[in-house]
Design a protein around this ligand. Structure first.
Ligand code: MG
Length: 160
């Protein structure tokens, strides 16, 4: 049995005229995240952590933002493809821990929906995934509300 660890980090800028999608949840807010896909920064960090654990680079390499087929795409679909890569290499998720850093809006009410969306895609039970949300005490770009950042750490276990 082999275990592999991976880390993912992502940032997207908050702008007017975009939806705010985090963990596949559509969150009411005056601003949304800018990006080629739906800019779901949490799902991107998680996918990057999985790719990192598999030594397969990052989501920019697998889903280039120059490719029109990924324009506006739900990042849950990208995560699904990454999970298929993971299973194809004989690994499954042992657990994942994620932190979203956002000054606003309050994310706690939406954590159950994010959990459900991500657990469904990962094919894991809710005791394998943890999502935390924190502000950055008005410090830095997240604290000024200019963007949202997310970190993810995953542990994978080989299936034999
Ligand atoms: Mg991203």
């Amino acid at each position: 049995m082999t275990m592999r660890i991976g880390h993912g980090y992502d940032v997207h800028r908050l702008v007017e005229g975009r939806k705010l999608i985090l963990g596949g949840a559509d969150i009411p807010h005056t601003l949304g995240l800018l990006g080629h896909s739906d800019a779901d920064v949490l799902t991107h960090a998680l996918a990057d952590a999985l790719l990192g654990a598999l030594a397969l680079g990052d989501i920019g390499r697998h889903f280039p933002d120059s490719d029109p087929k990924y324009a506006g795409i739900s990042s849950l679909l990208l995560l699904k493809e990454v999970c298929a890569l993971m299973r194809g290499r004989g690994y499954r998720l042992e657990n994942a821990d994620c932190t979203v850093i956002a000054q606003a809006p309050k994310l706690a009410p939406f954590l159950p929906e994010m959990m459900k969306n991500l657990c469904d895609v990962l094919g894991c039970s809710d005791d394998c995934l943890n999502i935390k949300a924190t502000t950055e005490e008005h410090l830095g770009f997240t604290g000024r509300g200019e963007g949202i950042a997310a970190h993810a750490v995953v542990l994978l276990r080989s299936e034999e």
